[in-house]
Ligand binder design. Sequence first.
Ligand code: TEU
Ligand code: CA
Length: 558
Amino acid sequence: MEKWWQNAVIYQVYPASFQDSNNDGIGDLKGITQRLDYIKKLGADVLWLSPIYQSPQVDNGYDISDYRAINPDFGNMNDFDALLAKAHKLGLKIMMDLVVNHTSNEHKWFQESRKGKDNPYRDYYIWRDGKNGGAPNNWGSFFTGPAWQYDSETDQYYLHLFAPEQPDLNWENPNVRHSVYDMMNWWADKGVDGFRMDVINYISKPENLPDAKKDPNEMYANPEPLVANGHRVHEFLREMNQAVLSKRQLISVGETPSVTTEEAKKYANLDNSELNMVFQFEHMGLDGNSDPALGRWADRKASLKDLRANLTKWQKALAGKAWNSLYWNNHDQPRVVSRFGDDKSEKNRVLSAKMLATMLHMQQGTPYIYEGEEIGMTNAYFPNLNDYVDIDSINSYHQIVDQQHLVDDKTMMKYIEMHSRDNARTPMQWDSTQNAGFSKHQPWEKMNPNFEKINVQQALDDPNSIFYYYQKLIEFRHTLPVITNGTYELVPGNEDDEQIYAFTRTNSDTTLLIILNYTDNTLSRDYDLPSDAKILISNYPDDQGNTIRPYEAKVYQY
Ligand code: TEU
Ligand code: CA
């Protein structure tokens, strides 16, 4: 009954920031190939590659101009084939990033589409006449500004939910859909093992594209409630499932912002009619700003009550019905140890990174580890806007500070230090030499200055490192079925505890009791433990029973 991907662990690589093999400052495919043994040593089963396709890199590869070519900065198709072959030889699967809600404006489909209203590619994108001398509706782009771009060539506007250089594909057009399925089959024929699908729940837009609700502080309306989980999305995914996924043994993960547990049961139903699993965002929204115009730009830590309530809701709702991804980090999120943990001292960095790893890896779902998470890489805390590269951070600063005057420079820089996507994109810290062994050339994105202390070499040399703790957690997922199939329950009375999170996982022969201290206080709690309970894993060298030390994590097995 269990599927192989249900006890697999996925490791995400951001190609530009992993390993530079030719010292031009940009990570590349050969660099990844050189480091595959490291990922294998950690114990992961699947490597998720953020986009490596030809792209003008307006949004770091999430703007693709040719789905069947490799971005020359990353190498060429031979390099890709070599990476795939070596990965397979090591028993690692490769999951590609599939970005098909939109293309780059340099994609040949869009170049054709722009040319005229009767071009065969016109309907590959979403073109509309303006309204009252302006855009067709009031939608804003997720990267600030309007979601419509005027094109004088044909006197119409095209829709772009992200940057103007990322026009949205028109999934209503069957030719678009079949072009995408053909492309997916082409990669599958090459031997790739699956796809992570970028904002896949945005592909079905509402009929007539109505205005969205606008908060008074917002310059444009947030289209998300209208474009997420649109009326035809399940039909499209079932069609994709028939045309590509069901014919092969492919892993499929849907990136699905704004998905409810009810919707998730459709996307990721265990009947495999659509996708294997969702990759949802609710726990990533718990530390956002109370002002919707500021969105995620804020500087508060999520409370344990909110975090536990959210994780518990997803554990319960999907059990036996659908499948979820488990993640703290990806290329869009700040570093978890800085966000939900404590990076203020070396001791607490290590303890809290392990505590958060335990919280995640003891849940049901498929865990993801984002490069550097396994050594406890932290946010970069770059103080100047000039140090940031991400289009989203830079645009947001200008809109919020310069245009809307919602907060001052100092406050916004604090928010950016905490939430910028650049925090995830600083190069991988391999050792304490120049540029952390990532490159001998100045990297495309600044290094996190703490690489001399926090790096892979140091972690591999220390038997108590975060790396070896992750290695153990991965091994448990592979060897202890209760982690994959056990039921999840909060310990009675834990619901309102503001400092300790305690839950059990149980199947017919094993129970795990997981106790986690979310704070740096020493606390005391009583738990009923059977006499045969033994510690499976802990981030302290000894067990002090009811005394629970700062950021302590312990798992009892019985
Ligand atoms: O991210 C989508 C995403 O998480 C958000 O942009 C979200 O849609 C928005 O905040 C609304 O809540 C994916 C990729 O992971 C990201 O790197 C890309 O920039 C983006 O899609 C566009 O392709
Ligand atoms: Ca390079």
